[in-house]
Design a binder for this molecule. Sequence first.
Ligand code: CO
Length: 508
Amino acid sequence: MTSVQSEKLEKLHAIDRECIHLEQIASLLHWDQETYLPEMGAEDRSDQLALMEGIYHERFTSPEIGKLLAELGSTSDNPRGDEKLPDIERDFLRVVRKEYDKAVKLPNEFVIAMAKAEGLSQAAWVKARKENDFPSFLPHLVKMIDFAKQGAVYWGYTGNPYDGLLDIYEPGMDSAAIDAVFIPLRERLSVLLKDISSKPAPDVSFLSRGYDTSVQAKFNEELMKKLGFDTRRGRLDVSAHPFTIELGSEDVRITTRYFSDLLFSAIFSTIHECGHAFYEMSIPKELRGTSIGCGASMGVHESQSRFWENVLGRSLPFWETFFPLIKKHFPKELADVSVEKFYQAANEAKPSLIRVEADEVSYCLHIILRFELEKKLFSGELDPADLPGVWRQRMKEIIGVEPETDSDGVLQDTHWSGGMFGYFPSYALGNLYGLQFYEKIKSDIPNFSAGADKDNFAQLHAWLNDNIYVWGRRLEPPELLKKVTGQKLGSDAFLNYIETKYRGIYRL
Ligand code: CO
C-alpha cells in the first residue's frame, strides 16, 4: 500500500467513523423512545430522529466518499478496490461501496416520495388491521410494491427484482438458493407438525400462575449474567417489543417484556436478545466503530439469537442447570413442576395463525408462506388483490389452520406496509445457519452440552468468537458459512435437529 493510498483510506475511515457515530446517536434517541420516553415527548422525538436521519444521509452520500472510493480502485464492478491493499481494508471498501451505491443510485425525489408513501401506508395498515379491512390497505400495498420494484431497477437488477430486495437483508443470497432449502423444509416440517397435532398437548397451565414481574426481572438479570452478558458493557431494560441496539463500541443494550401470566415470554426474549448482543459485543476491537464492525447480515444475526434461545435455551441440559435457579425465585409457583415438565412446556408445538407466536417447528412454515407470496408478487404471477384468498388457502395447506379474518391472516405483519419485501426469509435462514454452525460446534467441542458449560459459557463464547464474531461484516453470509462449516446453505442440519428433538418430546 502506498502512502497516498493510506492517506486516502484514513480520510475514508474518518468519514465512516462519523457516520457510525451519527447512527449511534440516532440509536440512543430510538432506544430512549422505546424504553423511558414520556408519552408527551413523542412528537419532538420523531422530529429529532428525522433530523438525524437527514444529517446521516447527507454525510453518507457526500461525493467525497465516491471520490475516495474511486481513488482507491473501488468501483461497482470491483468493489474491493486495489489488489495491493490489505484484505481487511478491501473488505471495508466492498461494504462501503455497496452501501454507497445503494444510497446514491436512488434519485432524491424518489426517496422523498417513497418515504411519504411509506408513512401513509403504515397508517393505513394499522387501521386496516384493526378493522379487518384489507381492501382499504390494498392501494397502499400496490404502491409499496411498485416503489420496491423501481428501487431494484435503480440499483441495476435486471432479473426478478425480488432478488435485488433479498440482497439488502441477506447479501449474496437469491431466490433460487432459498428455494432449494425452503422446499424440503416445507415438506418435512408440514409432516412433523401434522404428526405432533395427533398427540396430546403438554400441560402448560403452570405458566400462567401469576409470576410477580419484579421477581421475574431479578431472575432475568441473573440469567443473562450467567450466559456471559457483561453488564459493564450493556444493560437490560423493558420495552413493548424486545430488541437489541448498539449505542457504542462498549455499549450494547437489550430489552425484554414481562407478563405475570406468561412466564416464558420474558425468559426467551431475554435469551434471544442476549444472542444478538453477544455478537455485537464481541466484534474485534479493530473493526468496531466501522462499517464492517457489525454482524454479517440479518440472517446471521438471527442464527445467533435463535441458537441461544432455542437450541440452547429450550434444551433439557440447559434447564437441568437453570431450573433450580428459577425455582429459588418462585418456590411456591413451581413447587409441583419437574424439570421435564418445564422442558416439555418450553417446547410445545401446535399449528397457529400468528407468526410471532409460532413455535420452533411451525416458525419456518410461516416464513416460507410469506416468501412464496413475495416471490409471486414480484414476478407478476400473483395479483395483490388476490392475497387474502391465497393466504388462507396456503395456510391451510402448509400449516393446517385457516384464519377467519385478514387481521389474523395477511394483515398480521408490519413488514409489507413499510416496504420491507425480502426481509422475511432472513428469519428462517437464521435457523438454518444456526444449526449448520452447531454441527461444527459439536465436532469441535467434544461432549458439548448446553448445561455443562457452566463457566458463563466460556467454551462456547470462545468458539463463536474464533469462528463467527471475528469476521464482523467482512464476509457475506455464503462466504462465512463456507469458511466456518465448509458447506453451502442446507436444510438437513436444522431438519435433523428438529425431527429428533420433537419426535422425542412427543414420542412419535
Ligand atoms: Co432477533
